[in-house]
Design a protein around this ligand. Sequence first.
Ligand code: SAM
Length: 414
Amino acid sequence: MTLAATVASTYALDVVAAAAGVALVASGLLANVGHQWLLVFVAASYACWGHGLHAGLKANQALLTTTGTSTNLLSKAAYDLTRRRTGSARAARLAAAAGYTTAELAKEAPYYAAAFGTAVVSDSVTSREALVFLGGANLAAALYEHGLARLTRAFLDRRRGRYASFDTDWVPQDYLDGYYRTVEPDEIETIAFFVDAMRHAERGRPVLFFGVGPTLHHVFAAAEVASEIHLGDYLPANLAEIRRWIDREPGAHDWRPFVRHTLRCEGVSHPSDEDVAAREDLTRAKITELLQVDARHPRPVDRRYATVISAYCADSATDDRATWQLFMRHISGLVRPGGLFVTAALRRCRGYTVAGRAFPSADIDEHDLRAVLQADFTPRDGSIQVRHTAQDDAHGYAAIVLCRARRRTRPDHG
Ligand SMILES: C[S@@+](CC[C@H](N)C(=O)[O-])C[C@H]1O[C@@H](n2cnc3c(N)ncnc32)[C@H](O)[C@@H]1O
């Protein structure tokens, strides 16, 4: 997409700027202006162009950080490389700006070559006309940059308007009420899969849950295996909801049906109330950290884990596939070599509703998941499975993808 956008915008800029330059010369509007005023005009046209460039640069930054794409290939390459190498969002933004400006300056070269080259080799174009041409081309380029910036902003605004925002619209209680009053088909499958996955986890090590939301239903499966459980989410309100459950506050969510299902999946055919309470107590004792995390950050937590579990987080936090890939790389990057990554995602879903509000989903499937993990995780020692859950009417998705994968101890060069 970036390549296509770069080619299209370069071509459009060239056509618009060159046509404007030629039209200004042909119009004869500046034919009788004195040489000094002509130089002032050219200088002013550069100022306008610089202003347009600034607007374009800012819009490009917004496009890059929200979607991972750009209308300038060099800018995106610089952004991605710097982000991967340094892990610093600020350094990546500076690199993106440098890439954008360099590419835009390079686009100026053909105008100098065309204008002054023709003036030197041919008598049909005077140096005065070359200056008028440059000024006209600069003004058109400025208008073009402003137009492109406006278009980019309008595109981003429309995307933003389509979905509710975690920062302003997410209400933990609504999510719990809408999805976790009973154990629904997707969770029957997810919990069974997670229980099985925990048989492959290294025992006696801390386990990280990334993007846990206000929920604990997946956490019970890890309580016996983990030495400690660390729960991470983007929203403090979600972590506060978990804290209420840990502290047994009145009104805290009732997770007992999910604990019971977990125990059944583990092979306890008729879990008693005491069994359920014992697992809740064990889980409370193992949770040692509540962490505020952000998948947009290349290193969302400053340590690596033998086991990381992230359910319905990366795919349920964005509607953009490139952003999902980025989030997945950041989250799975928290698994240390040889460690286990367990994840779940809504399959081919564009959005799910919470209390009537649509939250985004990345519209991914099992092939996307395999592709995003294959560089660092071995598919042979793992499993990716699809379960059809037919919850389209209630929640907006018909299937889920479940995955367990082991991180390679060495990078794969094959
Ligand atoms: C659909 S909920 C899933 C919660 C829980 N894992 C579950 O299975 O119910 C999506 C979660 O992603 C979290 N999230 C959204 N943006 C995030 C980000 N940038 N970094 C980390 N988590 C994020 C939200 O706070 C929310 O808790």
